[in-house]
Design a protein around this ligand. Structure first.
Ligand code: ADP
Ligand code: MG
Length: 691
């Protein structure tokens, strides 16, 4: 038998799809209850109680209690210790799952062999993998991990014919999630998801504690919150008062502290007023998701309520008002997720024999990036590979560059989860080590690929020239604070060899610019010159002329610059200097760059683009600087590096060339894959960290 399991923070539920009735059905536990508390109790005599029995013990205060362990999933520092044994959240989840499965088997008289387990949409790779392992530890096949809001949408939408866009508004105990889903004849397509994971029912409880204590303080001059046990008791009691307010218009609350007794009445209206800001905060999350997706309330057909806290009547009122849309308050709030998982186990798993022609498309809740070095080489950045709200499964491959001069044979890639460019603002998910590649030391390119599978689990692979490389998982080190520091030891000590050919347009239209050009190029050469740098100088017009072949003596270049004159190679620009320049650079060790300066569009434009491609294949960086009548589109076509098309003015030519000098000195300008490709290469290079 296949079942769906809602492995909840506070309660868990098991459901199966009943083929006779064509409906998902909850499988009750031994106590004939639909929900089983997600609680485990370790008694001192070694006995372990799970579920209902454990919850009873929790109330009585006996044994060691493990509760809300779902929050610790994937976090190895979360442990519960009992009788000398240490349990991680994964161990505890496995124990709970085993119990849920055993109870459901006894109840239904059927053996369970495969399961679908639900997780919060924001669960990361670690937490999902830990959930899969917990399931497998029970000896069942985990067919699929599915997001809770998606499951809720499935249980609501799988049997509807209509084409609807539904917002799943899930307000639980400690988290709020919003997910937009398109439902069409059983096809479920998740459009986007977002959430606030510190906002939930507990904040409404806290508002009640605050209300009571403020009045108590005013009346007796002491604050019950100053006494920790009293405070904890009040927090627990407030959850019940809150539930009373769901049913009635007011509740009377009594508090004893330091010999005083206060008695206060809280009306639903007062409660609503005092918690209005919390509802507004949920709306902010919805608006942010809308902004991300370019949507609005008018795109939503229905709002579907999920989560225990949506039972509060003010939630429906508020949502009706702000959305202007029908708000569906599902009678099944607690069960929708498990039922959706059951439906999934029958129809939406690749191994299933279901015949419905349906599918689920889900999205990623977070962006995933790779730790890389900024274009300027001065800091580490999160280079995003897969953007949040991308459809899954998905795979993205991007080229990265090893610093020229760095002879490493080992690269480590850190997988980062989060939206920030700053690595330590993100969650460091994993680390892999790549080996077995050829490194020429001239800025070797390695393709890194991220695969995000249907369960939301990420796999990293690497390629060189299309050939797969060895990739091994390694633990993330405890100390990763270095990600905040500037990247050190670029290169392997030896200075990077650089070869630069300067190509100057000497057509007639350049006549008034040449004096400035001479000065700017002079400065550029003197800035970049060094033992390891060689220059060449080309002039072009209707023909191409080599004015100086490759030399490491900057003075000979400076002398040649003095001889710059227009019209010596013809009045027009029918020639392209790239082929000649490329020839001058061929077979030279180190980085290769061609800098072209022009003030117009060349006569044989297509020919120039072809020669630029040859340069690209030879891993030669072509930087195209344009002034006057040059156009940026053309510059972009002939440049081979990121931001290598530079349209500027004569006034700012010096600035432009100093940008190029910096890029050359830091080796941060890499070759782009194809013309017009906006991202990559050189924007981020994975550091080859030498060990
Ligand atoms: P989670 O999925 O985060 O474990 P649930 O969806 O089960 O949470 O919702 C639990 C929350 O719902 C708790 O904060 C609880 O107080 C609240 N809740 C449950 N029933 C009611 C009710 N009748 N009125 C108000 N809040 C409720
Ligand atoms: Mg929930």
């Amino acid at each position: 038998m296949k079942v769906g399991i809602d492995l909840g923070t506070t309660y868990s539920t098991v459901a199966k799809y009943d083929k006779k009735t064509s409906r998902p059905e909850i499988i009750n536990n031994k106590f004939e209850k639909e929900l089983t508390p997600s609680v485990i109790c370790f008694l001192d005599n070694g006995e372990i109680l799970i579920g209902e029995d454990a919850k009873d013990m929790q109330a009585g205060g006996a044994g060691t209690i493990a509760a809300s362990f779902k929050r610790g999933m994937g976090d190895n520092s979360f442990t519960v210790e009992s009788n000398g044994k240490v349990y991680t959240a994964e161990d505890l989840s496995a124990m709970l799952l085993k119990k849920l499965i055993k109870d459901a088997e006894e109840k239904s008289g059927e053996k369970i062999d495969s399961v679908v387990i639900t997780v919060p949409a924001y669960f990361n790779d670690f937490q999902r993998t830990a959930t899969i392992r917990a399931g497998e530890a029970c000896g069942v096949k985990v067919m699929k991990i599915i997001n809770e809001p998606t499951a809720a949408a499935i249980s609501y939408g799988y049997n509807r014919e209509s084409n609807k866009t539904v917002m799943v508004y899930d307000l639980g105990g400690g988290t709020f999630d919003v997910t937009i889903v398109k439902v069409n004849k059983g096809n479920i397509q998740v459009v986007g998801t977002d959430g606030n994971h510190i906002l939930g029912g507990k904040d409404w409880d806290a508002a009640i504690v605050k209300f009571v204590c403020e009045q108590f303080l005013e009346e007796y001059g002491v604050d019950p919150r100053d006494d920790e046990p009293t405070k904890n008791e009040m927090i627990v009691a407030s959850e019940n008062y809150k539930k009373v307010l769901t049913k009635t218009d007011s509740v009377t609350i009594q508090v004893r502290h330091e010999g005083y007794t206060g008695k206060y009445t809280l009306t639903r209206e007062q409660f609503n007023m005092r918690t209005q800001f919390l509802l507004s905060a949920t709306k902010d999350v919805c608006m942010k998701l809308f902004a991300d997706l370019g949507m609005n309330w008018s795109d939503i057909d229905e709002v579907l309520l999920v989560g225990g806290s949506t039972r509060m009547p003010q939630v429906t009122e508020f949502l009706k008002k702000v959305s202007g849309r029908p708000v569906i308050d599902h009678a099944d709030t607690d069960l929708a997720v498990a039922k959706g998982a059951a439906i999934t186990s029958e129809f939406y798993c690749s191994t299933s024999t279901g015949v419905r022609d349906v599918q689920i498309t889900d999205v990623t809740a977070h962006s995933l990036g790779a730790l890389s070095v900024s274009p300027g080489g001065d800091r580490y950045i999160n280079e995003i590979m897969i953007k949040r709200n991308s459809k899954v499964p998905t795979s993205v491959r991007k080229p990265f560059k090893i610093d020229p001069g760095n002879m490493t044979s080992v690269i480590e890639v850190f997988t980062l989860q989060g939206e920030s460019r700053v690595p330590l603002d993100c969650y460091v998910l994993a680390r892999v080590v790549i080996t077995g590649f050829y490194n020429s030391g001239e800025g070797t390119l390695i393709d890194i690929e991220y695969n995000y599978d249907e369960n939301g689990v990420v796999r990293v692979s690497a390629f060189q020239n299309g050939q797969p490389l060895q990739v091994d998982s390694q633990p993330v080190p405890d100390d990763i604070t270095w990600m905040n520091d500037p990247p050190k030891d670029r290169g392997s000590g030896a200075p990077i060899a650089k070869n630069v050919v300067l190509c100057i347009d000497l057509s007639r239209s350049m006549r008034n610019s040449l004096e400035e050009v001479r000065k700017v190029i002079n400065d550029f050469v003197m800035t970049v010159a060094g033992d390891n740098t060689k220059f060449g100088l080309i002039g072009f017009g209707d023909k191409v002329g080599i004015m100086r072949d490759m030399t490491s003596d900057p003075n000979t270049i400076v002398a040649a610059l003095d001889g710059l004159k227009v019209n010596v190679y013809g009045r027009g620009t029918d020639a392209c200097p790239l082929g000649t320049a490329s020839m001058m650079l061929s077979n030279r060790p180190g980085g290769k760059m061609i800098v072209v300066l022009t003030d117009g569009i060349w006569g044989k434009r297509d020919f120039a683009v072809g020669e630029a491609n040859i340069c690209r294949n030879a891993k030669t960086a072509v930087v195209a600087v344009g002034i006057g009548d040059a156009d940026w589109g053309f510059l972009k076509q002939i440049s081979t590096v990121e931001e290598g098309a530079m349209y500027t003015t004569l006034d700012r030519l010096g600035e432009t060339f100093s940008t190029i000098a910096t890029a050359l000195n830091t080796g941060s300008m890499g070759v782009r894959e194809s013309a017009g490709d906006t991202a990559r290469l050189g924007t981020g290079e994975i550091r080859g960290r030498i060990r």
